[in-house]
Design a binder for this molecule. Structure first.
Ligand SMILES: Cc1ncc(COP(=O)(O)O)c(C=O)c1O
Length: 337
């Protein structure tokens, strides 16, 4: 194992030994291979650079309590990347290839997989992009698929806590029939102008629907969960990225007999919820203390401490990820080392 200060890792890139690569040309994917060179020579006119013909994923490998290594639901990320690829006119990466490349990224970088006790994980970042030179506005017929790995720190080094969030009506993350439901780089680059100024002050950004700015959409790079009368409520919209953690939490709620509602939620309704949280691979659940609406001069308060249901679900999902409880849904994908 590498001599890394696991306790002080943050959510930022730490170099690892290998990246995994595969190329698509003439209708076929090459066998994935590991390389120590993290640089990829790319034609200056490649469609990825000209037209942002690109998609990516994010998932984590965990060292479990019994010292095995498990990736959380990688087949879901494979499926989501296939949907993003189709939307961007790229060759979809077959599920077997996606999972094999993720497993290789773990095996080749096993020295960078943090120890169980630290709460740190090995983050996997699959990327897919068009490599053919294209000056005409057309998609590339050739693509590169890579998996980059990086150890990342525990999301809550100081303990499970809350952060505030602000509503932004001046930037739309995605339009109704745009690309919000896919994980493509352009969605993120185009929201930096909203997220960066807020994140610098330790505040998350809540985006609304782009047509009326009336309904909740997403929170930065996460879905949002709300609690009303003990019920789990999460927005339904055309432009939300289908979160794998949200899907998992809704399943866990149904297992626990907790009612789940996925529906449109108006901004005004924020006053009727008892808990709110951002949800996604990064933190699993990151509770929200308050949602500030600067345009209306209103603040919705959810408490400085994580609420009851958020805390219960946070422990429930982490117990599955770290192998502390039986895996009744087959979510742990063990990697043979
Ligand atoms: C825009 C956006 N929404 C939601 C999520 C959460 O998705 P997941 O639970 O699959 O990590 C992410 C992170 O991937 C994201 O980038």
């Amino acid at each position: 194992m590498k001599d890394i200060d696991w306790e002080h890792l943050t959510f930022s890139y730490t170099p690892t030994a290998y990246i995994i690569r595969s190329h698509y040309a003439n209708g076929a994917w090459s066998k994935p291979y590991a390389t120590t060179d993290p640089y990829i020579p790319i034609h200056a006119a490649a469609a990825a650079l000209q037209y942002a013909q690109q998609a990516f994923e994010g998932l984590k490998a965990y060292r479990t309590v019994d010292n095995r290594v498990s990736i959380f639901r990688p087949e879901m990320n494979a499926k989501r990347m296939q949907q993003s690829a189709e939307a961007m006119y790229m060759a979809p990466v077959p599920t077997d290839l996606f999972i094999e490349a993720c497993e290789m990224a773990v095996r080749y970088n096993i020295d960078y997989l943090p120890p169980f006790e630290t709460g740190a994980t090995l983050y996997l970042r699959p990327i897919l992009f068009g490599t053919e030179p294209k000056i005409e506005v057309r998609p590339s017929g050739e693509c590169e698929f890579c998996v980059v790995a990086s150890p990342i720190g525990a999301y809550f080094p100081a303990g499970f806590g809350t952060t505030p969030c602000v509503i932004n009506r001046h930037v739309d993350r995605a339009s109704r029939l745009g690309t919000g439901q896919w994980k493509v780089g352009g969605n993120y680059a185009s929201s930096f102008r909203a997220t960066e100024p807020a994140n610098e002050q330790g505040i998350g950004v809540l985006f609304l629907d782009s047509e009326e700015h009336k309904y909740l959409d997403e929170c930065g790079a996460a879905n949002i969960l709300l609690v009303k009368d003990g019920k789990y409520v999460t927005p339904l919209s055309h432009s939300i990225l289908p979160s794998i953690i949200n899907d998992s939490l809704m399943t866990l709620c149904r297992d626990l007999g907790i009612e789940v509602e996925q529906r449109r939620i108006t901004v005004e309704e924020l006053g009727s919820f008892s808990e709110a949280a951002e949800i996604g691979t990064g933190a699993a659940i990151s509770p929200i203390s308050r949602i500030i609406d600067p345009d209306k001069g209103v603040t919705y308060e959810y408490g400085e401490r994580p609420g009851k249901l958020c805390t219960r679900l946070y422990h429930a999902i982490r117990d599955i990820q770290y192998g502390r409880v039986p895996d009744t849904h087959g979510w742990r994908h063990y990697v043979d080392l």
